[in-house]
Ligand binder design. Structure first.
Ligand code: SAH
Ligand code: SF4
Length: 349
């Protein structure tokens, strides 16, 4: 049996082909596309501009949703909402919605799980279930924007920092970016999208070539190979020197600033030596370092850095002229660190 196509996987021409295959005129496909991406309809049935007969045909011929809410949590601080979704084959992804000074950011998953095994990351601790499709990425965005739309608000930023390594699922992730930024449809600004990678060098090079307006963040977390390797196994394949060379090329080619992420772990990567080495590495690269105190996970013994250490670390970078920001951790009480909710939900397994 042929698998039912999934609406959010379809490009506009593909949708058009299906709709005209029903014996309908092309403009009906445009209406469906606009209803889904501009009016944020939650089902074909909600598309009242579409005749009932076509709505029924669409409903039986095209799947509208792959996401089923498994767990839905709001944090006590009132800023964060996190959902663990079941996909049709029972693999799972997490999506987080955060409010920052009246701006809404969604943190999107790009794989169900992750194969790269970073020691401190709950997703890495659980391994990879499978790559997800572009539609399964796009639907996470639609899901939250529909909720916001109901209260006359909308998403302002998208970060691909949920479960998974976006560059290990490159094709589907870029297809999702194309769908989300399609001017005839959802029309989300590419500049308001950030993709975070653990540092897959060939894909960073490819991404630089494509000269997209999307922001790039690289998870650095350590300034020496020995330490980075002990936290991020991928460093064995792409050591710091190779990685930073690709980052420099990215900046030169695109003229865009690159972000580096650094989860501060008590006594591990928050030492003055690491700060000095980091400042040395980033000298002359158009970049910004984002610090976040470690979110403790079940499979990793480390703890978040102490306030004093963080201040000391930042002041070393400040003195060296390396721009940096300390980000807030949000929704600690709902395991808002990505991958943590799946870990909790499957504790008994
Ligand atoms: N795979 C990509 C994107 C998903 S992870 C990447 O690694 O960049 C998004 C960010 O969360 C990464 O910077 C990752 O290192 C960080 N992260 C993972 N586990 C964390 C934890 N327990 N505490 C703080 N940050 C964490
Ligand atoms: Fe995968 Fe990113 Fe987690 Fe590493 S930090 S295991 S790359 S999701």
């Amino acid at each position: 049996m042929k698998k039912k196509p999934f609406l959010f996987d379809l490009t506009y021409p593909e949708l058009q082909e299906i709709v005209t295959g029903f014996g309908e005129q092309k403009f009906r496909a445009r209406q469906v596309w606009e209803q889904a991406y501009r009016h944020l309809a939650g089902s074909f049935d909600e598309m009242s501009v579409i005749p009932k007969k076509l709505r029924e045909e669409l409903t039986s011929g095209i799947s509208y949703s792959h996401l089923n809410t498994h767990t839905d949590l709001h944090s006590n601080d009132g800023w964060t909402r996190k959902i663990l979704f079941d996909l049709p084959d029972k693999s799972q992804v997490e999506t987080v919605l955060m409010e920052y000074e009246t701006r809404w950011t969604a943190c999107i998953s790009t794989q169900a799980g992750c194969a790269l095994g970073c020691t401190f990351c709950a997703t890495g601790q659980g391994g990879l279930q499978r790559n997800i499709t572009s539609g399964e990425i796009v639907e996470q965005v639609m899901f939250f924007d529909r909720l916001l739309n109901k209260k006359d608000e909308k998403l302002s930023n998208l970060v691909f920092m949920g479960m998974g390594e976006p560059f290990a699922n490159y094709k589907e992730v870029m297809k999702a970016v194309d769908t989300l930024t399609n001017p005839e449809g959802y029309n989300f600004g590419a500049r308001r999208i950030t993709i975070s990678t653990v540092g897959l060098v060939p894909q960073i090079e490819r991404f630089a070539e494509e000269k997209r307006q999307v922001n790039l963040a690289v998870s650095l977390h350590a300034a020496t190979d020995e330490l980075r390797e002990s936290m991020l196994p991928i460093n064995k394949r792409y050591p710091i020197e190779v990685l930073l060379k690709a980052c420099k090329q990215y900046v030169n080619k695109t003229r865009r600033r690159i972000s580096f992420e650094w989860a501060l772990i008590d006594g591990v990567n928050d030492t003055p030596e690491q700060a000095k080495e980091l400042a040395r590495l980033l000298k002359g690269i158009l970049s910004h370092v984002n610090f976040i105190p470690l979110n403790p996970t079940r499979g990793f013994k480390g703890r978040e850095s102490k306030q004093k250490r963080i201040e000391q670390f930042q002041s070393i970078l400040d003195d060296a002229g390396v721009p940096n920001t300390l980000r807030l951790r949000r929704g600690i009480d709902i395991n808002a660190g990505c991958g943590q909710l799946r870990q909790e939900a499957n504790k008994q397994d």
